[in-house]
Design a protein around this ligand. Sequence first.
Ligand SMILES: C[S@@+](CC[C@H](N)C(=O)[O-])C[C@H]1O[C@@H](n2cnc3c(N)ncnc32)[C@H](O)[C@@H]1O
Length: 209
Amino acid sequence: MPQYFDNDPITPSARERIEVDLGDVSFSMATDRGVFSHGRLDRGTRLLLTAAATPPSQGNLVDLGCGAGPIAITMALRSPSATVWAVDVNDRARQLCSENAAALGLDNITVAHPNEVDSTMRFDTIWSNPPIRIGKSALHDLLDVWLGRLEDTCSAWLVVQRHLGADSLGRWLESNGYLVRRRAGRSSFRLLEVQQRTPSSQISATDDS
Ligand SMILES: C[S@@+](CC[C@H](N)C(=O)[O-])C[C@H]1O[C@@H](n2cnc3c(N)ncnc32)[C@H](O)[C@@H]1O
């Protein structure tokens, strides 16, 4: 059974354009079969894009698991002076994300396979609708690597479906030394703000949901 996180999807391509309107930014983008959320903006992704804090205006921002690129595109539009790293293991997703960025004239998005990103780079934020379906152990390894690349006091924003283990993921992050705040709990999704726990961690100790 092909999965959206396959490296090289075998499903025949069937592109479909969608309109994304988030209030402050709106854009049109192509989606495709074999790439997450064909023909629509995922509801969890929309929650992240409407409820996360404004991304840093400069620096290096990551969309971890970019798919067709709605998160990377939104960050690039909101932070035109920042560099957005759109990373994904799925070849078709990277190709589509590159084309979507180019069609919108966005030259501040770098699309890359995760292995192509210099492992010594540090990031000013990470936004992700993470690939929960790769399994708990692989997901934990993935998050450990990328959250470990956050600059001190910088936050990652993760959106996860409740029934796919948002709360247990939050507890796992806390037990692994991260500071986790539940920033929105609308519908069936949770939006988690995550920071490395350091003496200068800055996110407030109160959950919003
Ligand atoms: C839930 S989808 C989100 C896609 C897109 N950000 C969106 O919101 O529509 C998760 C994405 O993570 C990608 N992915 C899976 N394993 C990954 C890994 N090890 N590193 C980076 N991306 C990965 C999948 O290919 C998929 O595109």
